[in-house]
Design a protein around this ligand. Structure first.
Ligand SMILES: Nc1nc2c(ncn2[C@@H]2O[C@H](COP(=O)(O)OP(=O)(O)OP(=O)(O)O)[C@@H](O)[C@H]2O)c(=O)[nH]1
Ligand SMILES: [Zn+2]
Length: 372
């Protein structure tokens, strides 16, 4: 099957010098489905998906029947940013025949009693964690975002409103300095920008090269929309929106999630995220290596860092080596991750059990009626 490589690249399809997908598993999938072609998921609906195969396309496709089953794990269904292989049909919308393995997956735990994961975006190279360098500046929120968005992508902290922060007065933003030092120690890139100013936003160019996919996360008012519009520049109206015909032939402007930038990168626009709950798969140690290094020196291995003698954590807090707020957040996030991990393990056990049960029931039916 031949397809328009340049169009696909404009929405993030990454290839090597020979024009083949970088990922070996993707090459194999293409070979296994010679009639199929790649497309990228831009919207997820109950009955199917909207995909794109070029910057200015958006069309419905039929999903695999098993994805429609209510018990099918949500995170294994395609989500925004996923690459799928589709086959064109003569009479109906094209049909998805495969979901390509994700190179990265940014996820969070969904609210509710039942354990559920929610895909924020797939196949992302970089996550811009957007945070205002103003009264809203919150190191604890940055810590939470970093913990959650690491799923295979590079996090970059984008501090907006640098023009308001009073560059010559660091005390204007309490805790900013300490946080920046901490991030530098972790090797995480930080860029301060005026999100309204195209010249300032060029600081983000290293992550916006052709074929790159970026997703913006951050709390409300942080400047995500402002940054998106500046990155889009003059294209804003043309690419930020699509016009679709509805059943009566009227044109309606709909929101779109895959936004090609003139730099050749592709931006995934996520709906606002009020709350970021862990999935249980996060790596707390990776994000709080400094805290864990201190805790390793506590006299008792199971030190709760409360009233135990010889607690290195309390000593470090008293001496000012460890920020008590960072430590408190570490404890809180650890607990949340552990709680989610328990639920996840419970769900996995339940699934395994229902599979075993299902087999046993089938066997009994077979024995009794000689069929399944
Ligand atoms: N001066 C200045 N103002 C900014 C900057 N970034 C954002 N703002 C302003 O901050 C306000 C909020 O910015 P938005 O871009 O709407 O924030 P958002 O993150 O998209 O918020 P939600 O859509 O609610 O998630 C707007 O009034 C922007 O003009 C900046 O770098 N400098
Ligand atoms: Zn301790």
């Amino acid at each position: 099957m031949t397809f328009d490589l340049a169009s696909l690249q404009a929405i993030g399809w990454a290839v090597d010098d020979t024009g083949q997908p970088i990922d070996a598993s993707w090459r194999e999938a293409l070979q296994a489905h010679p009639q199929a072609r790649p497309a990228r998921v831009s919207e997820q609906h109950r009955s199917g998906y909207i995909v794109a195969d070029a910057p200015d396309t958006a069309f419905p496709v039929e999903s695999l029947p098993e994805w429609q089953r209510p018990r099918f794990p949500a995170e294994q269904r395609p989500g925004v940013g996923d690459w799928v292989l589709i086959e064109d049909l003569d009479t109906a919308p094209p049909r998805i025949v495969a979901l390509l393995p994700r190179r990265s997956a940014i996820k969070r735990g969904a609210a509710g009693d039942h354990y559920r994961q929610q895909l924020i975006a797939a196949n992302v190279d970089t996550v811009f964690v957007v945070c205002g360098l103003d009264a809203d500046f919150n190191p604890r929120r940055i810590e939470r975002y970093l913990l959650l968005v690491r799923g295979g992508a590079e996090p970059v902290i984008v501090l907006t409103k640098a023009d308001q922060a009073g560059a010559d007065d660091p005390s204007a933003v309490p805790e900013a300095e300490a946080t920046l030092a901490e991030l530098a120690e972790q090797g995480i890139a930080v860029r301060a920008v005026n999100a309204k100013d195209p010249a300032s936003v060029t600081a983000l160019a290293p992550w916006l090269g052709p074929g790159r996919t970026i997703v913006l996360v951050g709390s409300s008012g942080a400047g995500k929309s402002t940054l998106t519009n500046t990155l889009l520049g003059e294209q804003r109206m043309r690419t930020g929106e699509v016009r679709e015909s509805d059943a009566r032939g009227r044109h309606t402007t709909t929101h779109r999630a895959l936004i090609p930038l003139s730099s050749g990168a592709c931006l995934i626009d996520t709906p606002g995220m009020r709350e970021l709950k862990p999935t249980g798969e996060e790596d707390v140690a990776e994000n709080f290596a400094d805290v864990e290094a201190v805790a390793a020196n506590c006299r008792f291995r199971d030190c709760a860092h409360a009233k135990e003698p010889g607690c290195a954590v309390r000593a470090a807090i008293e001496s000012g080596e460890l920020d008590s707020r960072r430590f408190a957040n570490y404890m809180k996030l650890s607990e949340e991750v552990a709680g989610a991990a328990d639920k996840l393990a419970g769900r996995r056990a339940e699934n395994a059990e229902s599979k075993v049960l299902g087999k046993a029931v089938n066997k009994r039916l077979q024995d009794k009626y000689g069929r399944r």
